[in-house]
Design a protein around this ligand. Structure first.
Ligand code: SPV
Ligand code: MG
Length: 436
């Protein structure tokens, strides 16, 4: 008979329900009332990818499983805060946490349950079920434009820092899609991609002056969209004429792009990293607000984001000027702001972020730390920033690698010495499945 006076705590993400989960719930129910600590979206996102199903959807599934008595939110990856709060008689867990990155958590749970006078129940891990592999398989099915489009807003809601990397081709997109590093505090990966005007232009041998049109850039983007599922932020330069920008918004939305960033410059646009070496003319606040408003009116989905990029610091103006503009753009409907600078110290950016956050607690702040790249993401987070874009690194990395190999072959009049700098043929054949 189940002892209904006992509470058994079970922490779950509950995205993929498989026989292993059912088994553990059954085992828990034999011992008492099953209290499920369902991990919130942010708790999962702090260690793994953002779950496909949101908290409410996962809750609707788990609360209908036989044996589950009650569900509470587990706001942290760690079980500890909820164990302290609910003081269950026992916690139940698969024995697969004895090794690997959950080991420390296991030690902490044992120590706490001892202090609380409770028990830790370990259930043999159900063999042949690998929920990470099942998750991968689900994702390999692909994604539809509307789901991809909406995923950036969700990431911003659930992650402290959204980490974006530049992609200019299907292959660079694939690296960003797949690369994962297991660190002490969980699985690290890039959250999405930046479609950069600089690298899109450079890879076509063109300067970054809005000479590559939207149709051409969409062709490259299509290659990226074909083989990835993560959200994409589009560098919309100045947005062009307001009358044209409204069509850009529609094109991007139709293709599942999550956001466009437009900068408040007019005239022949030059890359911001030239700073005041070139003429950088700012738009009037009124005109730029009109463009933002027109874009917001034109969008069809509620999730598409138009982010206003402030070029005051690039053009040699003050942080005050950037703040004044930022406020006007947000009032005009911008879904976020990007502050740019080519200063190495980062102090101008820090001041902007801290002062902007005084007025707007949650409007996303985007940073592009190309020159002030001594800071880690955590530092930017402490300033109030939440989207970090590594804007050109994939292209900048590939150019010297290609140049080096070309030089070797030209010099040696054969390629044998270049092999060590190249991916093995076997690897490139196997990189993309389905070639055999
Ligand atoms: C880009 O990547 O094209 C950008 C960022 O707009 S920057 O090059 O720093 O201006
Ligand atoms: Mg650009």
């Amino acid at each position: 008979m189940t002892d209904k006076t006992k509470t058994i705590y079970l922490g779950l993400s509950g995205e993929i329900v498989h026989p292993g989960i059912i088994n553990i719930i059954k085992e828990a129910a034999k011992r008492g009332d099953v209290l499920v600590g369902l991990l919130t979206d942010s708790a999962i996102a702090s260690r793994k990818r953002v779950p496909y199903l949101n908290y409410e959807q996962r809750k609707a599934v788990i609360e209908n499983i036989k044996g589950v008595s009650r569900i509470v939110a587990q706001e942290e990856w760690s079980y500890i805060p909820n164990l302290r709060k609910y003081k269950p008689d026992a916690i139940i867990h698969g024995d697969d946490w004895e090794s690997g990155f959950l080991r420390k958590e296991r030690d902490d749970v044992f120590a706490l349950m001892k202090e609380l006078g409770g028990e830790v129940i370990e259930i043999p891990y159900t063999k042949g079920v690998n929920s990470s592999a099942m998750g991968e398989a689900m994702r390999s099915i692909g994604i539809t434009p509307d789901v991809r489009l909406a995923s950036l807003k969700r990431l911003i809601e659930v992650k402290k820092i959204v980490r974006i990397m530049e992609a200019h081709s299907g292959l660079s997109g694939l690296i960003i899609e797949k690369l994962e590093i297991q660190k002490e505090d969980g699985l690290h990966s890039f959250d999405g991609m930046w479609s950069s005007s600089l690298t899109d232009s450079a890879s076509k041998g063109k300067p970054d002056i809005e000479a590559v049109d939207l149709t051409t850039r969409m062709q490259d983007l299509t290659n990226i969209l074909e083989c990835t599922t993560k959200p994409i932020i589009y560098d919309g330069d100045t947005g062009g004429k307001t009358e044209h920008f409204v069509f850009t918004v529609r094109t991007l939305e139709r293709n599942g792009i999550s956001a466009v960033i437009i900068e408040d410059k007019v005239g022949l646009k030059k890359n911001s990293l030239f700073g005041t070496e070139v003429k950088q003319e700012l738009s009037s606040i009124e005109d730029f607000c009109l463009k933002i408003r027109a874009g917001k009116r034109a969008q069809i989905t509620k999730e598409f984001m138009i982010i206003a990029r402030l070029e005051s610091l690039i053009a040699g103006h003050s942080v005050d000027d950037a703040l004044k503009r930022a406020k006007a753009y947000v009032e005009a409907g911008a879904d976020g702001v990007m502050i740019h600078s080519k200063e190495k110290s980062g102090q101008d950016i820090k001041e902007f972020c801290l002062r902007f956050r005084d007025d707007y607690l949650s409007v996303p702040i985007v940073l592009v730390p190309t020159t002030y790249n001594q800071f880690r993401e955590k530092e930017f987070l402490s300033w109030g920033a939440n989207i970090i874009i590594y804007a050109n690194h994939m292209l900048r990395a590939s150019y010297p690698a290609m140049l080096n190999v070309a030089k070797i072959i030209l010099d040696d009049e054969r390629s044998i010495r270049a092999d060590e700098f190249c991916m093995p043929i076997k690897e490139i054949l196997e990189l993309i499945p389905g070639g055999k």
